[in-house]
Design a protein around this ligand. Structure first.
Ligand SMILES: Cc1cc2nc3c(=O)[nH]c(=O)nc-3n(C[C@H](O)[C@H](O)[C@H](O)COP(=O)(O)OP(=O)(O)OC[C@H]3O[C@@H](n4cnc5c(N)ncnc54)[C@H](O)[C@@H]3O)c2cc1C
Length: 378
């Protein structure tokens, strides 16, 4: 049912829609309205707040279908920003007041963003410097974040701060705290960064200057933000695995169509093993990664540890997806480089998934240490 409903939306937003949005750098208003209207934005939010009452596995099925049937990364991106960054974070760690305040609005399309990455900390989140200092009944927040997607439009933000300086924390993993912040806010300056792809959505630098946030906007427990945010980062990884596999499937479909009809030496180019085998191999790897991602999503839904599966699925999906798009480009020859054929756009999109939300190397480091039991490599 989920796949069918997502598929129906995807039919209305074909590659030409995304080509234009990417070229003109415009937000896909109609697509967002369709996602909200069909209930996808609230898919994992309980019925009592107006949502679909489903779990991460259903979310992954929706993302995968939207992405692989026509939308590319956009099929995952917007749901991840609002439903995972906003919805899931609040669902997991919000108090009743926060849930009542935000979740029904999210179901109706209130956009969210996650402000985690900092210019100096990068992959080392524990080096977060944005400080939140308690003064009376509120926190005063100062700092800088970078690469914050959707911050230009979002009305809500999950902000990762440090409430106890690293040198004073009893453990390195303690001292971070999360806040819910309403946007726009005069204490937050938002500057979009020009980027390589996904130009239908802006990714921004943000500067926070004496932002005052009431104490009751803290999400979860003080100083335990690192543990809380993992409950958002694992589903974010699953979302981007769904995106990587989905983009790969989209590119393979395009390549197969082309390879069947393109004939330059008397037979369709798809009959040559150099064209056929890499596509077949990528398809096999995508399908395997997909099952691992389902397992990660299922475990998350059952509140079981899922970090190992989430990281391994991301490693496998992104490599398979990149192989698929790379060979789709080769299959299309010169047309693979032409904007009109979309493969170059998917290539720009899929390369992000090696860098974000977690870099390929950091995901490998997680598996090395936590799955294989090897010494920490950094
Ligand atoms: C388009 C886009 C959208 C984004 N959206 C968001 C968002 O909405 N919210 C948000 O908070 N962030 C967002 N990010 C940030 C993204 O999560 C980070 O860019 C990413 O986590 C990597 O951090 P960094 O760029 O600082 O790289 P760095 O941490 O500087 O890493 C650079 C390179 O060094 C490697 N490296 C670093 N340390 C090690 C190590 N110990 N072992 C092996 N290799 C290592 C990395 O793997 C990487 O290849 C976005 C980024 C982009 C590009």
């Amino acid at each position: 049912m989920i796949v069918q409903a997502a598929s129906e939306i995807a039919q209305d937003f074909g590659p030409e829609y995304w080509r234009e949005k990417d070229r003109k750098h415009t937000f896909p208003e109609n697509f967002w309205k369709a996602l909200v209207g069909a209930g996808f934005v609230g898919i994992i939010i309980p019925e009592s707040y107006g949502g679909g009452d489903m779990k991460m596995l259903e979310m992954i099925l929706a993302m995968e279908t939207l992405t692989s049937e026509s939308c590319g990364l956009a099929g995952t991106w917007f749901l991840c920003l609002t439903s995972v960054f906003g919805g899931l974070s609040i669902l997991k760690h919000g108090d009743e007041k926060q849930k009542e305040r935000y979740l029904p609005k999210i179901v109706k399309g209130m956009e969210f963003c996650l402000a985690l990455t900092e210019p100096d900390a990068g992959s080392n989140t524990l080096n977060t410097k944005t400080s939140a200092v308690e003064e009376g009944g509120e926190y005063v927040i100062n700092g800088q974040k970078t690469f914050i997607s959707g911050a230009d439009r979002a009305k809500g933000m999950v902000l990762v701060t440090r409430t106890t300086p690293l040198e004073k924390a009893s453990m390195r993993t303690l001292g971070l705290s999360l806040f819910l912040v309403d946007l726009p806010n005069p204490a937050i300056e938002v500057n979009p960064i020009e980027k390589h792809g996904i130009n239908y959505s802006k990714t921004c630098d943000i500067y926070i200057n004496n932002l005052k946030v009431p104490k009751e906007n803290m999400l979860g427990e003080k100083d335990k933000g690192w543990y809380h945010i993992l409950d958002t980062l694992n589903p974010e990884r699953m979302s981007f695995s769904a995106a990587a596999g989905g983009i790969g499937i989209l590119a393979i479909r395009k390549a197969v169509e082309h390879a069947k009809q393109r004939n330059v030496f008397g037979t369709p180019i798809g009959s040559h093993q150099a064209i056929q085998f890499p596509l077949a191999e990528a398809k096999a790897k995508i399908e395997a990664a997909r099952l691992l991602n389902y397992k990660a999503a299922w475990r998350y839904g059952e509140e079981q540890p899922c970090g190992a599966e989430a990281n391994m699925a991301k490693i496998a999906a992104v490599e398979a997806g990149i192989q698929a798009v790379y060979h789709a480009m080769q299959t299309l020859g010169g047309y693979g480089y032409a904007v009109e054929y979309d493969v170059e756009r998917w290539w720009r999109e899929i390369n992000l998934i090696r860098l974000a939300p977690v870099t390929h190397q950091m995901a490998l480091a997680f598996v090395g240490e936590h799955v294989l039991g090897l010494p920490k490599s950094y």
